[in-house]
Design a protein around this ligand. Structure first.
Ligand SMILES: *Cc1c(COP(=O)(O)O)cnc(C)c1O
Length: 394
């Protein structure tokens, strides 16, 4: 592979990074549907397993399509190394479990994707790992929660679904003092709008299911960080427990990355236009979009995100009834719990993605009955605006 690829600009990295070409010289990355490899001789196999020569060993260890995707994602993120997994949740679970042991302490932001919340609050404690949840804007809370006993801090910013933010550089500085690893779930910002490693985080996680695939076809996850952590701590866990991504999905995501920058720009253009349109609408109460001055943590958004992002949340004044009426009246948007699709999606978190948290917890973290989340797609913005305005009138 050419040595100068790290100096390529982002668009070039997303199109050409990590490319491996077979003897046929294909211009689009090939798909390798194989689980294992054969070797020229017994000696070659011995040398490979002894680490004396490089090569692919077995699908659970490494694979050309996974290797290409991991290299392309590393270049994109500016990370030393990457491991891709079968889903975003496999990435979250592996990143935590590969290093935690009984007696450890984990701190996380309070508003989390519901499965991340389940891992932190339900699964980890079963293994004797204690956890503390902190409100995103509670600076004193972060200071108090992170101690020398804290092994990892897990943060989602912007958070799902309230788009609450956490100041990454602030928490990273606390983690540096205590020798704690900072893990950022960067899904809502997409890889293009926020760069956690540059802000001091140690590990970045993606559900590639979202904007990286961007077309709603596959599940996938990625963990990016320092080579030492990835190779010595994460890889042994992944190799022996098997949450790896399929070759087909890796191939598909390689093709998705080629258009990521174009798609995210359009997602953001459309989201910004809708957020502005909705902000002062008489039927809309609280508006939560990091790209608008009205966001309670706009200063943090300005500091760590280059744009407001592709996701919008807002409260309808009429509660659940008004939210459901609005959703059912939309004709372009799909009603779905997914996000990060070319197709615009509307979600009612309190009754779907976050229903399992229960009433009291929902209230505590600000997920009201009237809260609606939009994953803004890349359709024509005029069609989206018209759809949203008509549905609000209905
Ligand atoms: C979707 C999502 C996940 C989980 O990813 P899957 O690919 O669905 O397993 C984790 N974190 C956030 C913020 C997400 O949006």
């Amino acid at each position: 592979m050419k040595k100068d690829k790290k100096h390529w600009k982002l668009s070039t990295k997303l199109v050409r990074g990590g490319r491996l070409t077979s003897q046929f010289g294909e211009t689009s990355e090939a798909l390798f549907l194989n689980s294992a490899y054969s070797y020229e001789s017994a000696e070659a196999a011995e040398a490979l397993f002894a680490g004396k020569i490089e090569g692919f060993k077995y699908g659970r260890y490494s694979h050309p399509n996974l290797a290409m995707l991991e290299e392309r994602l590393s270049l994109m993120e500016g990370a030393e190394a990457c491991v891709v997994t079968a889903s975003g949740m496999a990435a979250v679970f592996a990143a935590l479990m590969c290093q935690l042991k009984s007696g450890d302490h984990v701190v996380a932001s309070k508003v989390l994707f519901s499965s991340c919340h389940y891992i932190i609050t339900q699964i980890l404690p079963r293994f004797g790992i204690s956890t503390t949840l902190v409100e995103g804007d509670d600076m004193a809370g972060w200071r108090k929660a992170i101690t020398r006993k804290t092994r990892c801090v897990f943060i989602e910013t912007p958070a799902n679904p309230t788009l609450e933010l956490v100041d990454i550089a602030f928490v990273a500085a606390l983690c540096k003092k205590t020798g704690t690893q900072l893990i950022i779930d960067n899904v809502f910002a997409t890889p293009l709008l926020q760069h956690p490693l540059q802000l001091g985080a140690d590990v970045v996680i993606y559900s590639t299911t979202k904007h990286i695939d961007g077309q709603g076809r596959t599940l996938g996850g990625a963990i990016l960080g320092k080579r030492k952590f990835i190779n010595e701590t994460l890889m042994p866990f992944v190799r022996h427990t098997g949450p790896h991504m399929s070759a087909f999905n890796a191939w598909l995501l390689l093709k998705s990355l080629e258009t990521l920058e174009l798609r995210v720009a359009k997602h953001c253009d459309n989201a910004e236009a809708l957020a502005k349109l909705l902000e002062n609408h008489p039927k809309v109460g609280r508006m939560l979009y990091p790209g608008l001055k009205s966001h309670p943590q706009y200063a943090i958004a300005r500091k760590q995100m280059s744009r407001g992002g592709p996701m919008i949340a807002f409260e309808l004044k009429g509660g659940k009834k008004a939210a459901f009426r609005f959703m059912n009246a939309l004709t372009v948007f799909d009603i779905s719990n997914n996000l990060g699709n070319a197709k615009s999606i509307v979600t009612h978190p309190a009754s779907t993605t976050h229903a399992s948290l229960g009433g009291a917890e929902l209230k505590r973290i600000g997920i009201g009955d009237g809260l609606v989340r939009l994953s803004v797609g890349i359709e024509d913005v005029e069609d989206l605006k018209k759809d949203v305005l008509n549905a609000l009138e209905g």
